[in-house]
Write a protein that binds this ligand. Structure first.
Ligand SMILES: Nc1ncnc2c1ncn2[C@@H]1O[C@H](COP(=O)(O)OP(=O)(O)O)[C@@H](O)[C@H]1O
Ligand SMILES: [Mg+2]
Length: 268
């Protein structure tokens, strides 16, 4: 079963804009255009969508896509009840019915048969045919399809097909500028501004390194983890080791190399 959850009108989570993404999202929503968000892990994509769904007052249906995820996982299936079988909507169908936002995270992981249901919903037809029940749903104006993927670690063959890509407005997320990332760190962890500033400096130095073949660099999420440990009194250097460096790599030599950068920033 897909991991899905309708987050019904919870308090709006904190989101610090990094560019014009909030305006673009609202324009896309108003014009009934689906949205593709690409960006590295831990840069704020999920937080952004939760924030926007809440701002727009729409329920959010999130699906973490994986390589076994099929069209039925999205649309729904018949289940066996006590006396008879009954139909259960999948998260995509549920979002279409109530006019919610359906967010497919790491969409390129999903099985290819999912494109069959996504295409007619993502273009101007905005329809969801449910073959198994014979229903044909017209998406209401409030329904929005949002997908994300991480271009960084995509297997080349797994990229999105042009016929799918070209149905979406596209948005690129990158790690926030230092002054913005500092605000996020302070807000999310309660850490002192001077410590947040040092962590952001460290992130800049680590992200600039090219000679270690890391799959991904340090994300805003990992900076927040380190900040939380530090805020609670754990040593900054050891916090960075556990929350950032050991998370990024298994290679001991690389750990030593990256820890030198940590020592340089924290001056011990
Ligand atoms: N612009 C931002 N505003 C507020 N919090 C952010 C922002 N960017 C990142 N974060 C923080 O970083 C964490 C990871 O972001 P998330 O949205 O889960 O990343 P992604 O979905 O891109 O992997 C969030 O839980 C949040 O604490
Ligand atoms: Mg996410």
């Amino acid at each position: 079963m897909p991991i899905s959850n309708a987050i019904a009108l919870l308090p709006t989570p904190f989101y610090q804009p990094i560019g014009n993404e909030m305006a673009l999202f609202e324009y896309a929503y108003r014009n009934q255009l689906p949205l593709l968000i690409k960006g590295p892990t831990g840069c704020g994509k999920t937080r952004f969508i939760r924030h926007m769904a809440s701002r727009l007052g729409r329920p959010l249906f999130t699906v973490a896509c994986h390589d076994d995820l099929t069209a039925s996982d999205l649309v729904g299936r018949h289940l066996i009840g006590e006396s008879a079988t009954y139909w259960q909507d999948g998260p995509l169908t549920a979002a279409v019915r109530v006019g919610g936002i359906c967010y497919l995270d790491e969409v390129v992981e999903a099985r290819k048969d999912t494109t069959v249901v996504l295409h007619p919903l993502a273009d101007d037809r905005r329809i969801l045919p449910i073959d198994r029940t014979g229903e044909l749903l017209n998406a209401p104006a409030e329904f929005m399809l949002v997908v994300s993927y991480n271009p960084g670690y995509q297997n080349f063959l797994k990229g999105m097909k042009p016929s799918t890509r070209q149905r979406f407005i596209s948005m690129r997320f990158q790690f926030p500028k230092p002054e913005v990332e500092q605000i996020i760190l302070i807000q999310e962890s309660g850490i002192e501004p001077s410590m947040a500033s040092q962590l952001v400096t460290l992130a800049g130095a680590l992200r600039a390194l090219k000679d270690h073949d890391l799959e991904e660099s340090v994300s805003t999420r990992l900076l927040i983890y380190a900040a939380k440990l530090i805020k609670d009194g754990f040593s900054p250097i050891e916090s960075c080791r556990s929350a950032m460096i050991e998370t990024l790599t298994d290679d001991l030599e690389t750990v030593h190399g990256l820890m030198e950068v940590v020592h340089a920033v924290f001056g011990e």
